[in-house]
Design a protein around this ligand. Structure first.
Ligand SMILES: [Zn+2]
Length: 259
């Protein structure tokens, strides 16, 4: 992240984080200075009260951009890549594992969110258990919930792949635990996913999954597509499919915070 005050670059190298951006924002507000965060390039433009330079610089003033950029600025988003470590989740006809797909999509989603000023909290960022290899499934799910609750996240997104005994089952489903905010978040993400992936819309639905039930914030569990379906297994394993899935979830989140 670069910081430019009155057109002068400050010689610091730091990663964009919620704490730093909030501190800078509050400082600028207190001093009555102008501030603009260019998320695409990770640049904070600050202009002192007496500066004659506009904020943001005119060439960067794209309509709507600043709204898009600041929408996620103060948000903490917990991302939960389903399964991991000794639990592979479901396995596709050619041996693709759910835990690898969920992690890949989650890491892409993390990057997209962070580039737009959000702070992310991952329950796992590698192929491992969140609790320990010998933990019960309730301990494992509890560890995921604890991470989100302790981080005081604004929303929680758990990413999974669906599976069924019959390999013709297909489509995308987003689950919520019935409260208004989670239902709204689920609807946006579900709509963006089915539009972008072209998958069958199985709806935003109620479910009592542990991770969406015990998290303190609006929470959803996304079943991106069916890993048991040969065509969707390929979609989930492909770079293109994973990027599209991450991008759609990102857009759903942006829409949720807009209204
Ligand atoms: Zn799963």
């Amino acid at each position: 992240m670069r910081i430019i005050i009155d057109g002068q670059r400050i010689p610091v190298t730091t990663r964009a984080s919620k704490d730093i951006l909030l501190t800078i924002k509050n400082m600028a507000k207190m001093l009555n200075w102008g501030i603009y965060y260019d998320t695409a390039n990770e640049v904070v433009y600050i202009n002192s009260k007496n500066s004659t330079q506009p904020v943001p610089p005119p060439e960067r003033q794209i309509p709507g951009e600043s709204i898009e950029s600041t929408r996620l600025l103060n948000k903490t988003i917990a991302i939960d890549p389903g399964h991991g470590g000794c639990d592979p989740g479901a396995t596709g006809p050619t041996g693709i594992r759910e835990k690898d797909n969920t992690l890949a999509i989650s890491l892409l989603l993390r990057d997209r969110l962070e580039r737009n000023g959000a702070v992310t909290v991952m329950t796992r960022d590698a192929d491992k258990e969140v609790s320990s290899p010998n933990a019960s499934s309730e301990e494992e799910l509890g560890a995921r919930v604890d991470i989100a609750n302790e981080a005081n996240a604004d929303i929680f997104i758990s990413i999974h792949n669906d599976a069924f005994t019959n390999n013709t089952a297909s489509g995308t489903t987003t689950y919520h635990y019935g409260d208004a905010e989670s239902t709204k978040l689920a609807s946006y993400v579900q709509k963006c996913l089915t539009e972008e992936l072209g998958t069958k819309d199985r709806g935003a639905r109620f479910a009592s999954f542990y991770v969406i039930r015990y998290t303190d914030m609006p929470a959803i569990l996304v079943e991106v597509a069916f890993i048991s379906n040969p065509e969707e297994e390929m979609l989930l394993a492909s770079v293109d499919g994973r990027c599209k899935a991450a991008e759609s979830i990102f857009l759903g989140i942006v829409k949720y915070f807009k209204v």
